[in-house]
Ligand binder design. Sequence first.
Ligand SMILES: [Zn+2]
Length: 458
Amino acid sequence: MASYGDELHFIVDSESLDDPADAREIDFDLEASDEDEEETGSDTDYLSDISTEVDPVAAALTPGKPLFLIQRSHQQSAILPQVFNDVAGRHLADLSLGAVAPLPRMSPDGARKFFAAVPNVPVRIADPECFARLDSFGTTLSQQRDGKAYVGQSGRYWDYFTDDQPVGQSEDWVKQVLDAQRVVGATLLLTPGMWADAATAEESLISMRRHADWARSNLSDAEHLAVNSTMSATWLTTARLREQLLNELIDSDEQVFYIRFRWPLLAQPYGHLLDTSILEGYAELASTFQDNGKILILPNTGLTGWLSVALGAHGFSTGLGSGERAFADTRVIKIKQKSPRPAPTQRIFAPSILHIIERSISDRLDALPEARACDCRFCRSLRQQPTGQFDKALAGAHYLRRVADLTARISGETNNSITAARNLIQEANEFRREASSTVPLTGANDPKHLPLWAEIIS
Ligand SMILES: [Zn+2]
């Protein structure tokens, strides 16, 4: 948010906006500073048994068990160690866990502390986010944010991020990108992940391959690498580009890919991807990876990532803030300053309809005879808050726990995971149909994605 006289400018990632407080938070999530939040160490040690495995990272990158990644957000991240413990205590048989630090948006010390607070999460990714460099997608990101840089003050810590580079970059620079991840304790190293421009598709793919070759030749035998790339969703929706991309990835000698697609502006805050052609593109990508025994990780995809895992992707990341749940276009809105500011809308994930909705509506769903309120530890704590009060960290932790539960449910062989996901989506669809006769599931509370998902997974 920026102030221009009595006008406030907000950055949002959705078309509709019923609450300026959402906008302010989205803006804040992308702020660079990580100095006002501190994760504390794990309160229990469910995870300690993983460390006895010979190579837990290799195990987490083996097909079969999905990889559930949580990306650190700017706000409320102090609760994440509890979320990891809670999930690990229940689901280690069915999923692997990973933590992601958005490297240039943190200080080196902040990233190290984040990983230190989750010492037994095997997959630790320090995402170099080179797509946000000014010679990559950074200028567009900034234009969509009223000129405000995607990576702010913390960029000064990271020479790999700010230093000028020749076109195509160099092997030395790729090594520098790897070293930046090593020093903070990453266990799965990523290639830089520059923006793959669809207008120069061939050159973009050649550059991705060259970065992977340079990274591979600077890796020790004990280290793990994922080829990282960031690109427009056009690569998924245009048949020619999709084929070109799939040929490149499947023919590559590399096994593990970490691919982030830029989504169009979402319909609503904390919304789902509602574009059928993009969903179909994900479905084809996921199943092709699965058929070829390759590992596809989809960062910042929320429940769209979950659906993709059911269809053959290996893992996905989500998080507490909207920027961790979706990598979508943003826009700036201008609102006259009013005081006092209205209280922010309380929103919570409603597992019965796989959707984030207003808390009052979620309470009404839970009160239906065929439903019951979530009894996870975070919801129990949330219900102990004084009436009318809300705790965004607990609500977000409940979301992460529930998405992990859903991911554990679709673990296993492809056919089983598709069937399990199809059943979960059908259940949610039926619940929505019955509930909507008594509870108003309209506007942003309408789970519009469910019919689309049912179609994709039919
Ligand atoms: Zn809960």
